[in-house]
Design a protein around this ligand. Structure first.
Ligand code: CLF
Ligand code: SF4
Length: 519
């Protein structure tokens, strides 16, 4: 029986390895320390970098804490926490918590026992799932028993899964010891202000110690509790990410100050997310016409905050029951109904084999990038360009233009290629036919990009993109993204020098508001 099981495991591992592309047997060569903008890049974006082995071990398989990991590893959320203790003006309680989810989606509520079963089912089917997050649909710490019970159950049955928690921070100081005792070593706090006057424009009320507080007083209490909770966590060595929603006209000029405040208290990563605001969400900001930032406004703020602190730029504002790689949502495959009748074979060996294979892939990606970067050494140019990429993951250009629901955006310059964001779009291919309207939305979403990489593209969208001044490129199909971006950039500079093309600053781009309503 032991042999039969071993044989089963070996077969499964072999199948898994077949799913992965073959790798060149290259040795690690370290990682580039500069991004496309020429600013220092962070360990979270570029690999281990100067992170200590202890921190690297905590982040290397976490798709949110490591930009590089998000190409390979998946997270899942379980929606066990329905209640909330504050009100944010970008939130409509009919939907999930907008601090870590996009507005306009409703998640299926679960009991801790249902949630634990779902985690096992997903981990059995998706070996790249490494992190369980609880992020709503309300605030996890306004529902402490359900939240901690879920984590306890999962720790017992799936010990290799990292635990992650996202909170508005109001109750955080009360639960820091419990968080530590449960080995929850990743905590996100949403901090949108440290100035209560600004806070009063974001939070109409909070409910704290059985009392409702309003306006500036509410914001002052919330801010004090958030910063205290952050300090307590970082003193205990728990990795903290801070989320901030960028709200133009409300806190956009204040977030650099927030960045300094959270950095000085030991936050590891700062994730500045765009406000998603539309009248149909029924939120205060949606109804009073407060707009979200444009793509370039968001990027400028993220760039200005990037220094010693790592900035997260790959957040997908995912729903409270999201499952899969960050750019995909497989929650429909794991509804309670389906999970309850699923055959669950949680196999640590298969999961370990997957991770080992991913590590080999990551090494190959870094080696290929560094090799290509050498060809730009000594090149003197201030030019940098943005390139959009259609990718299904693995760090490769492996998606058909018409099938993409988002494009990853890289900034490329003589110092490297750096992931700087993603743009969600409607599929161009709908029922086998391209849609002219969809092409317009794609062009608006990547209007600041000079080129777009994909594995394949049809003639109509190719012509439409060229007309908009964006070069469609399919010659790097299935190749690594960063290596290809650097090759393209080197040739781009040569074409500019020879006069074949003229380099122009491109315009701004939209962050889609409406598309985020769809699941
Ligand atoms: Fe979930 Fe959040 Fe943990 Fe990630 S999400 S609880 S840290 S496992 Fe990630 Fe999703 Fe952005 Fe959150 S992409 S919304 S940052
Ligand atoms: Fe909504 Fe989340 Fe804010 Fe609570 S913390 S009001 S659930 S966005």
């Amino acid at each position: 029986m032991g042999d039969a099981m071993e044989l089963g495991t070996r077969k499964a591992v072999a199948q898994l390895l077949v799913m992965q592309p073959a790798l060149p047997g290259s040795a690690p060569r370290g990682c580039g320390s500069k991004g496309g903008s020429g600013k220092p890049s962070c360990g979270s974006a570029a690999g281990q970098g100067d992170l200590s082995p202890e921190i690297w071990n905590k982040v290397k398989n976490h798709p949110c804490y490591s930009e590089e990991a998000h190409h390979h590893y998946a997270r899942m959320h379980v929606a066990v926490a329905p209640a909330c203790n504050i009100q944010c003006n970008y939130c409509n309680r009919k939907y999930d918590c907008s601090n870590e989810s996009r507005p306009g989606v409703v998640s299926e509520r679960l009991t801790p026992e249902q949630a634990a079963r779902k985690v096992l089912a997903v981990a059995s089917s998706i070996p790249q799932m490494t992190v369980l997050g609880i992020a709503g649909p309300g605030d996890p710490l306004a529902n402490p028993e359900k939240t901690f019970r879920t984590f306890e159950l999962v720790t017992k049955t799936a010990p290799d899964i990292k635990l992650c928690l996202s909170t508005n921070g109001l109750m955080l100081p009360e639960y820091v010891d419990r968080i530590q005792a449960l080995n929850i070593d990743h905590v996100t706090i949403t901090i949108n202000m440290i100035d209560p006057e600004i806070g009063a424009k974001i939070y109409p009320w909070i409910y704290y110690n059985r009392k409702k507080y309003e306006g500036v007083e509410a914001a002052r209490i919330l801010s004090e509790r958030q910063l205290l909770g952050l300090e307590m966590l970082t003193e205990r060595g728990i990795l903290c990410k801070v989320n901030s929603v960028m709200i133009p006209g409300v806190n956009d000029h204040h977030l650099a100050e927030v960045n300094r405040a959270v950095k000085s208290r030991g936050a590891f990563l700062h994730n500045i997310m765009p406000l998603i605001s539309a009248p149909e969400h029924g939120t205060v900001f949606g109804l009073n016409g407060t707009r979200g930032p444009t793509a370039q406004e968001l990027k400028a703020l993220q760039d200005s905050c990037e220094g010693e602190m790592n900035m997260m730029r790959h957040c997908r504002q995912c729903r409270a029951d999201a499952v899969g790689l960050l750019g995909e949502d497989r929650s429909n495959e794991f509804t309670t109904e389906k999970v309850m009748v699923m055959d669950v074979h949680y196999d640590l060996e298969i999961r370990k084999a997957y991770r080992e294979n991913v590590e080999r892939q990551r090494t190959a990606v870094v080696a290929a990038r560094n090799e290509e970067l050498k060809t730009l050494a000594g090149t003197d140019s201030d030019i940098s360009i943005l390139i959009a990429v259609a990718s299904k993951g693995g760090g490769r250009i492996n998606q058909h233009f018409g099938h993409a629901k988002e494009f990853q955006v890289y900034e490329v310059g003589t110092t490297g290629a750096k992931f700087v964001g993603h743009r969600r779009v409607d599929n161009y291919c709908q029922g086998g036919f391209g849609e002219e309207e969809s092409l317009e939305t794609v062009v608006r979403a990547i209007n600041d990009c000079a080129a777009i990489f994909m594995s394949r593209i049809g003639n109509c969208p190719r012509e439409g993109l060229l007309k908009a001044g964006i070069e469609p490129v399919d010659r790097f199909a299935l190749e690594y993204i960063e290596q290809s971006a650097l090759t393209y950039f080197r040739e781009y500079l040569e074409r500019v020098r020879s006069g074949e093309i003229e380099h122009r600053q491109r315009g701004d781009a939209d962050i889609r508001q409406g598309a985020l309503i769809a699941t």
